[in-house]
Design a binder for this molecule. Structure first.
Ligand code: ARG
Length: 561
């Protein structure tokens, strides 16, 4: 926050023998209670060198601090408390928002740098799980937040489209499948075939041999096998697209595991050249004991490559193609170990970018304290969750505001936004409990609450006939908590990027919405006096920042709802 810098700069000449500018900035606090000022500097750390009580030091310094932005400075205990000039700060903050609009808070740390974001990455012929939804939602928000910080991002859907299961699927399809059934409900039908394969293989081990044969044919480029694989992939992707479209999420690449089939040789050759491969029970592994990790399996005894082999090739390919300065992998907690191994192997291969390979883990979505699983019959079809959420919102609109224009569009925005926001407001590593009722509440810490606040503010602007004008003449007293909130936004953007943490943006949006609603309850915004348009300018700035915060989470901000 720039007022911290202002205060630090004013303090600096007084303490430059003891503290750097940076240290001062870090020491400055933001008091909880308004009677303690807007910023506070604790003098305790100076008392050793100065052999004086902190209180006395604060008193010494206080006289020589001044800035046109400071209203007054108080010495309380060992603290120097600064009160900012509310009217001046208010004008500065609002004018900055007015002149930058949705670019308010833009940062430049990532300028000229590329970040690849491996996200969503469901497995072909399997249901799209809650984990994939979380990865999609978190990855999309991180992409937007990184862009806001200057990065160019590349969103990659690393589809799970290769592996021995395709041999099983082809076998099952040829035995029991039908084209119409797969075309009608691809995932459901392919999953059914897969389950049937496993059930029957218990008593009929020959099926496994046949599956192995088909996978081998697939790997060798057999036409029939290839065509079936391509068809399964296309149909599955079509079904996944339903969810992506609903959420308005796009990808820059769908290069999945299969894409790396012809790109693994360089990796394996380099591993061999560097003497990093060891054989273990006929398989080839990279030993990682020195890192306290189990060995990474690179090639099975039958020569088959693995998930990890393809990921090594993918990392190498991405570096050569996109020249990333960061490669993020938004994948659940359960693969944390795996990504440690991946990074350790890349480091052993001495790639100087290996340190920039970053796993972004997240917790589980639970229902009644248990994992929402797609296996064991507990299939949670996400499109159903999203559609149920949209329907519920539509019902609410029909009750509350039946005349609303573009009802369906708004219901989609709010219904999907609710699911997305519910996911993102929690720190990503925590497990979260899924409850449709909870996430659709218009009160409390929900997406609809923030969206509703935004829409209500937009309606004030319409009702009040707001005109864009500078030279705002408000005292800042009643507006102060909103102003302080608004000027924190750039800092939130920076932190959310540094920590890869969209929840900071979601929490910020809730705080700003709550602060605004308090103002709305306390102040007659539309009262016909000379400050009306200035108050509306404040309201306008709130709508800009709320909408931008929602946008960064991948959530829409309807102007009416
Ligand atoms: N398809 C994998 C799964 O569903 C996730 C892939 C994550 N990305 C990666 N590059 N390994 O578990």
């Amino acid at each position: 926050m720039k007022y911290v810098q202002e205060f630090a700069a004013a303090l600096y000449p007084n303490v430059k023998d003891e503290l750097s500018l940076e240290q001062i900035e870090q020491l400055i606090e933001k008091p909880k209670y308004s009677n303690q000022g807007d910023l506070a500097f604790p003098c305790f750390s100076l008392s050793k060198t100065r052999r004086k009580a902190p209180q006395a030091i604060a008193a010494d310094i206080s006289g020589s601090i001044s800035s046109p932005l400071f209203e007054k400075i108080e010495v309380v205990g060992g603290y120097l408390n600064v009160f900012l000039k509310k009217d001046v700060v208010l004008r500065e903050v609002l004018e900055e928002i007015l002149s930058s609009k949705q670019h308010y808070g833009d940062q430049h740390a990532g300028d000229g740098q590329v970040a690849t974001i491996d996200m969503s990455s469901p497995n072909i012929a399997k249901p799209f799980s809650m984990g994939h939804l979380r990865s999609t939602v978190i990855g999309n928000a991180l992409s937007l937040i990184l862009q806001k910080n200057g990065f160019e991002t590349v969103k990659i859907n690393h589809l799970g489209d290769w592996g021995t299961q395709f041999g099983k699927l082809i076998t099952a399809y040829k035995k029991w499948g039908s084209e119409e059934a797969v075309a009608a409900q691809p995932i459901k039908e392919l999953l059914k075939l897969y389950v049937q394969f496993h059930d029957e293989a218990v008593n009929n081990p020959a099926l496994e041999d046949e599956a192995r044969k088909w996978f081998k044919l697939l790997e060798d480029g057999n036409e029939e096998a290839r065509a079936l694989w391509q068809w399964f992939r296309d149909e599955s992707l079509k079904e996944f697209s339903g969810i992506y479209d609903l959420m308005g999420i796009e990808f820059d690449s769908f290069a999945g595991e299969a894409f790396y089939n012809d790109k693994m040789d360089v990796i394996i050759e380099q591993l061999e050249r560097m003497n990093l491969l060891t054989s273990s029970d006929g398989a080839e592994v990279v030993k990682l004991d020195d890192q306290d990790l189990p060995p990474a399996l690179i090639r099975k005894s039958d020569g088959a490559t693995l998930y990890a082999t393809r990921d090594l090739a993918a990392a190498y390919y991405r570096q050569n193609t996109y020249h990333f300065s960061k490669a993020l992998y938004v994948v659940g907690n359960e693969q944390s170990h795996y990504f440690k191994q991946l990074k350790a192997v890349l480091k052993k291969m001495q790639f100087d970018w290996a340190d920039e390979v970053i796993h972004i883990p997240f917790g589980m979505m639970q229902k009644d304290g248990k994992k929402m699983s797609t296996r064991k019959g507990k299939v949670v079809l996400l499109e159903e969750v999203l559609n149920e959420s949209i329907d519920t919102v539509l019902n609410t609109i029909n009750e509350r505001n039946p005349e609303l224009a573009h009802k369906e569009e708004v219901a989609k925005n709010v219904g999907v936004g609710a699911v997305v926001f519910h996911d993102l407001k929690n720190y990503r590593c925590n497990d979260i409990e899924f409850s449709l009722e909870e996430l659709l509440r218009f009160e409390g810490e929900t997406g609809p609450y923030v969206q509703y606040t935004h829409a209500r503010a937009c309606s004030l602007l319409r009702k009040g006939g707001w005109k864009e004008e500078r030279d705002i003449q408000l005292s800042g007293v009643e507006e102060w908590s909103i102003i302080k909130e608004l000027q924190e936004f750039p800092e939130v953007i920076r932190k959310a990027c540094d920590k890869y943490d969209p929840s900071l943006v979601a929490k910020y949006a809730i705080d700003l919405a709550q602060t605004f609603n308090k103002y709305y309850a306390d102040v007659r915004i539309l009262a016909d006096d000379e400050h009306k348009n200035d108050r509306l300018t404040l309201v306008y700035c709130v709508t800009v920042v709320l909408a931008e915060a929602l946008r960064l989470l991948g959530v829409g901000a309807p102007k009416e709802m």
